[in-house]
Design a protein around this ligand. Structure first.
Ligand SMILES: [Zn+2]
Length: 379
């Protein structure tokens, strides 16, 4: 089978030859009337679960991780940082073990997992900043405990989200940064000075900036402005249409610039599930047809139910950026944050093919290729 498409970043046409579900060749061509785009496989640095698979339950297994990764391929997310949230030492260790075993038993999963994102448990205990993380397991940074997690993870923890105001946070940040771990500020109620100190210690990212915060806050100064205005910090944003109002998404992308923004799904296990009522993280929640999860009988959000591709669609729709710019926030930028620089003019072994409806800002995924293998085909 031969497929023509335009490369998303330079709009140059190419021809792809597929044989037996493998990519046989890719070559530049003069022109094509194809409506297909080709882009790198999407990169999501914050995924808690997907399609019914939950990384944050004590029963999670390696096969859950493997199946979750394949479910993500079917929606265009090729690479991910599986994200483990605040829990007991045993439960965090269990989740890490499931991920490590998944990578050991399945090389394709190992290829797709860029590293573990540990979100918590060293975060604020305050209602609001703590978000949905369980209060009884929130604690102050503990290097011994973290080293045990990292040992179980075989050195694969790559991002740690923490609150820099916690006792002992600054030397903890310095140690992690020295080990080449991306330290991210999140679920915090830090003062502006504490934010600055965290930056001096090497913190590089703000996790889902604008979320995991008090519902009411001093207008300024506060921890959102301080992070927004800090050129040293990148920001990850949940652009599911619910976690941040459109004007906030647009303002944050403009303040941070395209160079320091990353789209994330922050997806939970309910993403890609049929709408209805569920028991999730010990609470009764409702998942609506338009992918909003809220605590039953309230308007409080209880996690995200999108895949990254929908974040791209929303970013184009509300932030005044182009499709290729939005895609860079979900491919080139997260890779760059993790220290992987890719040549955007080249098509690698991992890519997606899709059509773009510019009237509706909708991405119609046609194919996902990982490591030269067709993993999803809807052509
Ligand atoms: Zn969070």
């Amino acid at each position: 089978m031969k497929i023509n498409a335009y490369k998303i970043f330079d709009h140059k046409p190419i021809e792809i030859t597929v044989e037996d579900c493998c990519i046989h060749s890719i070559r530049d061509i003069e022109s094509t009337d194809s409506e297909m785009w080709i882009a790198p496989a999407l990169v999501d640095i914050q995924v808690n679960g997907f399609a019914g698979y939950d990384l944050n339950v004590s029963t999670v297994t390696a096969s859950d991780v493997i199946e979750m990764v394949r479910s993500l391929w079917r929606v265009g997310t090729g690479f991910l940082c599986p994200t483990i949230v605040t829990a007991s030492f045993e439960d965090i260790s269990n989740s890490i073990t499931a991920i490590v075993e998944a990578c050991q038993s399945d090389s394709a999963t190992a290829n797709a997992i860029l590293g573990i994102h540990l979100e918590g448990p060293y975060i604020s205990a305050e209602d609001g900043p703590r978000g949905a993380h369980p209060l009884q397991h929130v604690r102050k940074p503990n290097l011994d405990e973290f080293c045990r997690f990292q040992e179980i993870a075989e050195g694969t923890i790559r991002i740690v989200t923490l609150a820099p105001e916690k006792t002992g946070a600054l030397p903890f940040i310095e140690k992690l940064v020295a080990d080449d771990i991306v330290v991210s500020i999140g679920h915090t109620e830090a003062s502006p000075d504490q934010i600055r100190d965290a930056i001096s210690a090497g913190a590089k990212l703000s996790t889902h900036l604008g979320n995991g915060a008090h519902s009411r806050i001093q207008r300024h100064p506060n921890y959102i402005w301080e992070q927004l205005g800090a050129d040293e910090l990148w920001a990850s944003l949940i652009v599911d249409g619910y976690h941040l109002p459109p004007s906030v998404v647009k303002s944050m992308i403009r303040a941070k610039t395209l160079e320091r923004c990353i789209l994330i799904s922050d997806a939970t296990a309910l993403a890609r599930m049929p709408s209805g009522q569920y028991k999730f993280a010990g609470q009764a929640v409702k998942l609506t047809a338009d992918r909003k999860i809220h605590l039953l009988g309230t308007e409080y959000l209880a996690g995200s139910a999108i895949e990254l591709a929908i974040g791209i669609e929303n970013a184009v729709r509300i932030a005044g950026i182009s499709l290729s710019e939005a895609i860079s926030l979900a491919t080139l930028q997260p890779l760059k944050l993790l220290g992987v620089d890719i040549d955007q003019s080249k098509i690698g072994d991992d890519f997606i093919l899709f059509e773009w409806n510019s009237d509706k800002n909708k991405m119609d995924l046609k194919m996902t290729v990982m490591n030269g293998q067709v993993e999803f085909n809807n052509i």
